[in-house]
Design a protein around this ligand. Structure first.
Ligand code: XMP
Length: 522
């Protein structure tokens, strides 16, 4: 198990988790902890270095989150970022004030005044991301300025980086952890390797041993249940917990009938091969029954969410008859957890976005909830999945909505329409893969429209279904660009769909980016 690690004390910044991620990307293990830790607690946890995060408050406000000043006497290297830097200045005898000029938000340029290991390998001027209204107007005794932001017009330069004499305490006013600071990774590398002298190389796969150990302890003597969807998050959570408690984990797979072609069998096969056979609940008829006659997209989502809870709860109760169950495992990951943020809320209150497929389960079932991936980002979860031996087909799977094909069939969902869409979608996927583009395109799928369009077949005229093809590029699903599929690939897809799925007589390509068009059609 790794010994070197960095502890980020969270003063409530929206970027705190990004700091942890950026440090882990430098192959140093990192965890986030509350700022209320005492010096003794920090000493017990024995981090190799500490980061004080940003935060929405002003250090001179009453009630603003503080740091046990004895922590600074432990001899552990410290990096304060934004609020963290101001807190250092405040605690160590400097002065922090509201900026007399305008606050700095957004991209700024800093001028590096001094050769320092923190900026090794960088130029004299660097682009950084700023987000603060307070400034340090007097350095604490023994500190020196390393960089200033380049003021606009007559605005004076503001302190952008400082360090103490021994090089143990550093502060930066900007955010090296966000991608708007292009050389942020280099600065963090410099701090971790050159300044803190960390040597070990941590990989996300190392988390396996650590988390398995923690789960084994936490779940001792308990039986757990998990709903596996075939997506990467629930699959990784299931395999991880299985590694810890073996057959005391009961994985349940609810077949809603709304998955892509062959998906249900594929997921079952993968888990079979992993030595973790799934309890399959065939609830297709129940789902189609509940969806009958519903055309409103939100009503469809609601019906699916409620049906899922009912089916899963029934199965849980049935399994409980065999042996008691104590814990519900969920594959919640960090992007599912929305920080409440905002002024006055540096309380780390976090709210879970309700997943359409599993929302409401924990309350309903009354089990203890365990979320072993809650602090990880998607790419870290994928890496963990690889280290656990999950196949690429699961680890690299494109996003798929909880309510499944129901959001890709506009209007009423029927088994016949699902079967049509599954065929058209399978053709699209096959052709994208054949063209070698499947790794390049973030998400691609077919949509069945609720209109009929005129068609000629032989000598006759008729009305057939319209299928829309959607393929997008995206980083995180928040914004997306439509993908320029080559014309010959589009031609093959169109020709195959209209030949192999005769009910479909027209194929169109969606050339809308997000915003304004969402990725799914709903
Ligand atoms: P939109 O359509 O809002 O989708 O642009 C953004 C991303 O989210 C996926 N999506 C969902 N994922 N449960 C999920 O887990 C859902 O209910 C859901 N709805 C949309 C969508 O596929 C896209 O990647």
């Amino acid at each position: 198990m790794t010994r070197e690690w960095v502890c980020v004390l969270d003063f409530g910044s929206q970027y705190t988790r990004l700091i942890a991620k950026a440090i882990r990307a430098q192959e140093v293990y990192c965890e986030v902890a509350p700022p209320t830790l005492s010096a003794r607690e920090v000493q017990e946890r024995a981090p190799s270095a500490l980061v004080l995060s940003g935060g929405p408050r002003s250090v001179y406000e009453p009630g603003a989150p503080r740091l046990d000043p004895k922590i600074l006497e432990l001899g552990i290297p410290v990096l304060g970022i934004c609020y963290g830097m101001q807190l250092l200045a405040h605690l160590l005898g400097g002065r922090v004030e509201r900026s007399p000029h305008k606050a700095e938000y957004g991209v700024a340029e800093i001028e590096i005044a001094e050769d320092d290991p923190l900026f090794a390998g960088l130029g004299k001027r660097e682009r950084v991301w700023m987000s603060h209204g307070d400034v340090i107007t007097k350095l604490p005794p023994g500190f020196r300025a390393l960089a200033h932001s380049v003021g606009e017009g007559s605005a004076p330069p503001l302190l952008a980086a400082m360090r103490d004499e021994a090089g143990r305490v550093y502060g930066v006013q900007f955010h090296p952890e966000v991608h708007h600071t292009p050389h942020g990774p280099q600065m963090l590398h410099n701090w971790l390797r050159r300044i803190c002298g960390l040597r070990e190389r941590w990989r996300p796969g190392d988390l396996v041993g650590q988390r398995v150990e923690e789960l084994r302890e936490r779940l001792e003597g308990k039986r757990a249940l998990i709903a596996v969807s075939g997506g990467v998050d629930s699959s990784v959570a299931a395999v991880l917990v299985h590694r810890a408690i073996g057959e005391r984990l009961v994985p349940v797979f609810v077949d809603t009938g709304l998955l892509r072609k062959g998906e249900s069998e594929r997921v079952q096969g993968v888990f079979e091969r992993l030595g973790l056979p799934l309890h399959v609940v065939d609830a297709r008829e129940e789902f189609f029954g509940k969806l009958r006659g519903i055309t409103d997209p939100e009503a469809k989502r609601k019906a699916i969410g409620e049906t899922f809870i009912r089916v899963f709860e029934r199965e849980a109760r049935r399994l409980e008859q065999e042996e008691p169950l104590d814990v519900l495992v969920q594959g919640t990951i960090y992007s599912d957890v929305i920080e409440s943020g905002g002024a006055g809320t540096a309380s780390h209150a976090e709210v879970i976005k309700s997943h359409h497929n599993v929302g409401g389960l924990p309350e309903k079932l009354g089990f203890e909830l365990v979320e072993p991936l809650r602090d990880l980002f998607k790419d870290e979860v994928r890496e963990l999945g690889r280290a656990l031996g999950l196949p690429e087909e699961i680890v690299d799977e494109q996003p798929f909505p909880g309510p499944g094909l129901a959001v890709r069939i506009l209007g009423e969902v029927t088994p016949e329409k699902v079967a049509l869409l599954q065929e058209a979608d399978a053709i699209l996927r096959e052709e994208v893969r054949r063209a070698g583009l499947h790794r390049e395109i973030w998400q691609y799928f077919a949509v069945l429209l609720p209109v009929r369009s005129v068609a000629v077949r032989g000598d006759g005229r008729g009305y057939g279904y319209v299928v829309a093809l959607r393929a997008v590029h995206s980083r995180d699903g928040m914004t997306a660009d439509w993908y320029k599929l080559p014309h010959d690939v589009l031609a093959r897809i169109s020709s195959r769909i209209t030949n192999e799925v005769p009910e479909v007589t027209r194929v169109v390509y969606d050339i809308t980016s997000k915003p304004p068009g969402t990725i799914e059609w709903e």
